[in-house]
Design a protein around this ligand. Structure first.
Ligand code: ZN
Ligand code: ZN
Length: 333
């Protein structure tokens, strides 16, 4: 398992790589643009290529994942907002791909009370169109689009494995689509994973509903709010209501070990993850692994159908071109 950190690119894209390295992150997550304004960033293709190159050559930071703008709502009933969302998503996909990111994490948006079934077809169509459009602009495959599970507030889309599975199905199982599983959102949506058995049930439930090969990365956060509260409130690891034991149960699961776990925690100074947060993540992971090994020694190793795709640099297979993301290319360390 690789550990990463969401970092602000406000001080520039390239300096963010050094900060990732300073805090001990192997994976860097950045927003492709300022997340709360429509205006896209002004990154030149040369800068994006340089970012990709620096990460490729970096001794410690080995891969990138991007996070799309929070303003995107693919289910917006407002034609103007929908049009803005479309353009924004295409741009975000383009930037993420040029940065060499293995994925772009997206919140699908909210149906604003209209109902999930009502918007499902439209959202799936928007996802496919955005990927097609980005690939046209790029003249090649886009990075994978990773739909994030939500805490379940209001009309947010993707509040359960079933909802995410239905979006994938409505998009014809488009191989360019994957999932980002956020531990805080999962907990807030009403799923607890305190024991190894609970965590195993979560992983199996994901595999059955969606398929583990779709799981592109984890967002690793503790929670300020209780299980089932449906609120998106991240807390530092071990300082929230999920706690070290539950996080360890999930992180140590044998089926998740090829994934990246990216911290989106407030950090001790409330300005993002620090070295101590990354150290806490690794300690929780190690303790979780130990418990899983002890259990395997006792003779009950979980058997799962498929493995998640490994963390990788660069582009996924194009739907229109090569077969989807075959052999992952996690860099030799
Ligand atoms: Zn997110
Ligand atoms: Zn997240």
């Amino acid at each position: 398992m690789l550990f990463g950190a969401h970092l602000s690119a406000a001080g520039g894209l390239l300096p963010a790589i050094d900060r990732a390295s300073d805090v001990g992150a192997e994976v860097i997550q950045v927003h492709t643009q300022s997340p709360r304004v429509w205006k896209p960033n002004a990154y030149s293709p040369e800068l994006l290529a340089e970012f990709a190159q620096r990460v490729r050559e970096h001794p410690h930071v080995v891969s990138t994942v991007c996070h799309a703008s929070y303003l995107i709502n693919l289910a917006s009933p407002d034609p103007e907002l929908l049009e803005k969302s479309r353009a924004c998503l295409v741009k975000n996909l383009e930037v993420a791909t040029l940065m060499g990111a293995f994925g772009l994490v997206l919140h699908l948006g909210s149906h604003r009370g209209v109902g999930f079934d009502e918007v499902l077809g439209g959202v799936a169509l928007e996802l496919e169109r955005a990927l097609d459009h980005a690939e046209d602009l790029l003249g090649g495959p886009s990075c994978r689009l990773l739909m994030e599970n939500t805490a379940g507030a209001g009309g947010t889309l993707g509040r359960s494995f079933t909802e995410l599975a239905r979006v994938l199905e409505a998009a014809g199982g488009d191989p360019r689509l994957g999932i980002c599983l956020d531990t805080q959102h999962l907990f807030a949506s009403g799923v607890s994973y305190e024991s190894l058995d609970d965590a195993d049930e979560v992983v199996r439930g994901f595999d059955e509903a969606i398929g583990l090969e779709r799981l592109g990365c984890l967002h690793l956060n503790d929670s300020k709010v209780p299980c089932g509260s449906n609120r998106d409130r991240h807390e530092n690891l071990g300082e929230g209501l999920i706690g070290r034991r539950a996080l360890g149960s999930l992180l140590g699961h044998p089926a998740l070990q090829t994934l990246a776990a990216v911290l989106e925690v407030p950090g001790p100074e409330r300005n993002g993850p620090t070295a101590s947060d990354l150290a806490a993540a690794r300690a929780i992971h190690t303790a979780g692994l130990r418990r899983w090994r002890r259990r395997a020694g006792a003779g009950s190793t979980p058997q799962l159908r498929r493995a998640p795709q490994q963390v990788r640099d660069g582009r996924t297979g194009s739907r229109r071109g090569r077969s989807p993301a075959g052999a992952p290319s996690q860099r030799e360390r």
